[in-house]
Design a protein around this ligand. Structure first.
Ligand code: SF4
Length: 455
């Protein structure tokens, strides 16, 4: 399928700073000053009682990495000292117990994601200790996934995860070009990625994902062509194609291992994306939401086609859970009533856990308007359309939206029929811009460069 691309002046117009909307409100717009741990606990307990029959998701953040990749925007702690493993797993298990005590009953999991950092920094025995306890009450119907570093994921670790019900594994590839790999301080060969991909497949993983990034320093069209060829030759079930988020003012020195001149310009970056996307479409992958591609038989692709795709802090998911407990440093939780995030420092995390306290430090309690708009933004991000006909808040503020909506229609980004917004195929890269129009927090912002650019 040949992608239709908007005229360059339209692309330039919408290539503005925009959030990724893994949550609404975005984390920068949480009413954090109003966050109160006692109120959070009460809301958490009430929510569990009210939705007792609903399954639970969990995100576990394993923050350690042996070496710093200079493009990285994750919360990580760089160390080669593996004695950090045991106390960290102890703390995670203690945090889990604190949640079980709060609920007063065992927690049944439907979905789990291990992210980082590098989850496979941990030894097989420590990972087993964690998983044995966390999955004590799970049923067979699980959707478990883990992030693996191609250089630091052993056959034994993958066998262990598989034995606990993990069927999804994602490998961070970024780009195969040696110049790019050196610039981002992340050197891994095609042979290494091939090896772990084939091992995962032989163990029985049914969803193997490769994460690629466009817009990286020193990335060229020649290099991305080779990277796409190599990626497609390994036939991963899913491919994420992320835009490199150059936000050094947020992440500090971790992203300053190269100069600004090494970054492809806006036009070059867009050409890299369009090439990579077309290569995936030509190879039979289908576009899933924003930045994701899947083979037609993949559950995520099917969820996209059947309008049942979901999105949370872990990204796109087929799980329908409405509550997501976050364990570990910096982990974010999502509940029907709002969000909460754990402290970001390993030291502070241990300190609070040792005091038997939930290590949360900020959060957000939804207003009725937040909940209305959250639904629309999720629909747009997952299915590229939403029906705003019966939305009271939008109806009352229609005069504020209408000029921007008309402009999107005139520019070919959306169509609108009886207040049903439908993103056009060529408008998909700008779904975040449309979400921003429905986002009153974003509309108020004057400091546009708080977020990375859309494309
Ligand atoms: S990209 Fe992954 S391995 Fe590299 S520093 Fe970030 S979290 Fe660690």
């Amino acid at each position: 399928m040949k992608q239709v691309v908007l005229p360059s002046h339209v692309i330039e117009k919408y290539n503005v700073a925009s959030p990724r909307y893994t949550s609404y409100p975005t984390i920068l717009d949480w009413n954090r000053n109003q966050f109160d741990l006692s109120e959070f606990k009460e809301q958490f307990q009430n929510s569990f009682r009210k939705h007792a029959d609903q399954p639970t998701s969990i995100y576990i953040h394993l923050p350690f990495c042996e070496s710093l990749c200079t493009f990285c925007g994750c919360h990580k702690h760089i160390t080669k000292i593996h004695s950090v493993e045991e106390p960290y797993i102890n703390a995670l298990l203690k945090e889990w117990e604190l949640y079980e005590e709060l609920i007063g009953q065992p927690i049944v999991l439907e979905e789990m994601h291990l992210g980082g950092g590098t989850p496979t920094f941990f030894s097989t025995s420590e990972l087993r200790r964690l998983l044995e306890r966390i999955t004590k009450n799970t049923t067979d119907q699980v959707n478990f996934s883990v992030e693996g570093h191609p250089n630091h994921t052993s056959y034994e670790q993958m066998e262990l995860f598989y034995a606990f019900g993990f069927l999804r594994i994602s490998f961070g590839v970024q780009d195969y070009d040696p110049d790019v790999q050196h610039a981002i301080h992340r050197v891994q060969t095609y042979e290494q990625v091939k090896k772990v991909t084939e091992q995962a497949r032989s163990i029985g993983y049914t969803s193997i994902s490769h994460d690629l990034v466009f817009g990286l320093p020193k990335q060229t069209m020649h290099g991305i062509k080779e990277s796409m060829e190599k990626t497609i030759s390994l036939r991963p079930d899913n491919i994420s194609l992320y835009s490199y988020a150059h936000v050094p003012w947020v992440k500090g020195t971790g992203q300053r291992g190269f100069s600004e001149e090494d970054l492809p310009s806006g036009v070059e970056k867009r050409a890299l994306y369009e090439y990579a996307k077309q290569a995936l479409l030509d190879a039979g992958y289908l576009e899933i939401g924003m930045d994701h591609f899947g083979l037609p038989r993949e559950p995520m692709t099917i969820a996209m086609q059947t309008n049942s795709l979901n999105r949370n802090f872990m990204g796109y998911t087929t799980a329908k859970t409405t509550r997501l407990i976050g364990l570990g440093v910096s982990a974010i939780a999502e509940y029907p009533f709002g969000y909460a995030q754990n402290v970001k420092s390993v030291k502070e995390y241990h300190h609070l856990i040792n005091r038997q306290e939930l290590p949360l430090f900020k959060g957000h309690i939804h207003s009725a308007t937040d909940l209305e708009l959250k639904g629309h933004i999720k629909e747009l991000m997952c299915h590229f359309s939403t029906d705003i006909e019966d939305d009271s808040w939008i109806a009352n503020h229609w005069n504020d939206f209408s000029p921007a909506i008309t402009e999107f229609v005139n520019d070919g980004i959306i169509t609108i029929d009886n207040r049903r917004i439908q993103i056009t195929p060529e408008g998909k890269p700008f779904v975040r811009n449309v979400c921003m129009t429905l986002d009153p927090y974003a509309r108020k912002k004057v400091e546009k460069e708080r977020f990375s650019k859309s494309v």
